[in-house]
Ligand binder design. Structure first.
Ligand code: PLP
Ligand code: COI
Length: 339
């Protein structure tokens, strides 16, 4: 394997050794297969290519001080992929198959798991696509599930340093009764235009409002939203946002460190009242926000140029569990042994 400078890794694709695949045909999932190819051979009429029948996941593995490799909350990702499958009429992959495929993908690429303390992690990308030919708009009859991995650094180049985010009322990522709660490629295609505009303006992400009324905060392009005030962790309740596993974990950790937790609609007018604001997700971890710019109203809300004290506590708690520095009292971590 080539030598990797772990500390300067960005969030990007890099080839590892092996990926894991599983085909669905004639109404059933086949055995897990290993491949060293980065390519797939696919029918030109595959449903995923034309009608976006595709779901994906994202999770991470970390090396602990003890040298052991830990995968964070893999069962949650397995179940969320099943919900995405229900959402766009793909056959559910059994939870055990998902977990085993992730285990193998990590074990076979164990030298790509960044060392303890490097600040990097192994990003695991499972995806499920409709591969059967379908030229009418109908679900495919054949599918392919793949898990591949790569070592990554922080999603936002600034890491834990606060960034600016932006509200655009003239862009929606998902529809009110659409697919926002599923992790499917189409939602991300729909976010590209606003996302690039935000990047050009120097923002780390777009903060989407509810598409129906633009009255409530939904989430960011690649991460959930949280705000903190009066010792309370507040995060939007909405059926058009992704149920983030990081956010679910942070809600638990917030309670554990003595905060109150509120999951409820968050009106836009509440934004100025937060003491701390952040984006959270597997790739984003916690990315504190220093400024929200509401582009249509030309208003800005400021939250400080350094990460706030609660965000720092939550971030260190989460990292400590992921790396095995703190006991895993909720059973969130799965150890992967080298093979
Ligand atoms: N929201 C969106 C739109 C995402 O793409 C992600 C990333 O997975 C998240 C939220 C965070 O979810 P999780 O914490 O499960 O990674
Ligand atoms: C993740 O956090 O795993 C994601 O899938 C976000 C993605 C947009 C990079």
């Amino acid at each position: 394997m080539e030598k990797i400078d772990w500390a300067s890794l960005k969030f990007g694709y890099r080839k590892a050794n092996i990926n894991v695949r599983c085909h669905y045909k004639d109404g059933q999932w086949g055995p897990l297969e290993l491949s060293d190819s980065e390519y797939i051979n696919m029918h030109i009429a595959a449903a995923c290519l034309h009608y976006g029948q595709e779901a994906f996941e994202g999770l991470k593995a970390f090396t602990g001080k003890d040298g052991r490799v830990r995968v964070f909350r893999v069962d949650e990702n397995a179940r969320r992929m099943q919900l995405s499958c229900d959402g766009i009429l793909m056959p559910q992959l059994p939870v055990e198959t998902f977990i085993e495929a992730v285990r193998i993908a990590v074990a076979k690429n164990i030298e790509y798991v960044p060392p303890y303390g490097s600040g990097a992690s192994l990003y695991i990308r499972p995806l499920l696509i409709g591969t059967g030919p379908q030229i009418g708009v109908r679900p495919a009859t054949e599918y392919l599930f793949i898990v591949f991995v790569m070592p990554v650094g922080p999603y936002f180049p600034t890491g834990f340093q606060p960034t600016d985010i932006v509200i655009y009322r003239h862009f929606d990522r998902v529809a009110p009764q659409g697919t926002g709660r599923y992790k499917i490629g189409g939602n991300y295609a729909a976010s590209l235009m606003a996302g690039e505009k935000a990047r050009e303006g120097g923002y780390s992400a777009v903060l989407y409002l509810d598409a129906r009324e633009k009255k409530f905060v939904d989430e960011c392009g690649p991460a959930n939203f949280f705000g903190i005030k009066n010792n309370t962790y507040i995060t939007p309740l909405s059926d058009s946002i992704l149920p983030s596993i990081t956010n679910k974990s942070l809600m638990q950790l917030a309670e554990d460190i003595g905060m109150k937790v509120e999951r409820r609609p968050v009106p836009v007018e509440e934004l100025p009242s937060f003491e701390e604001v952040g984006e959270c997700g597997t790739a984003a971890v916690i990315s504190p926000v220093k400024r929200i710019y509401d582009a249509d109203l030309d208003k800005e809300y400021l939250y400080g140029t350094e990460p706030g004290p609660w965000s720092v506590k939550l971030y260190s708690k989460l990292k400590a569990i992921q790396c095995g520095d703190e006991p895993d009292k909720y059973g969130w971590v799965t150890i992967v042994e080298p093979e």
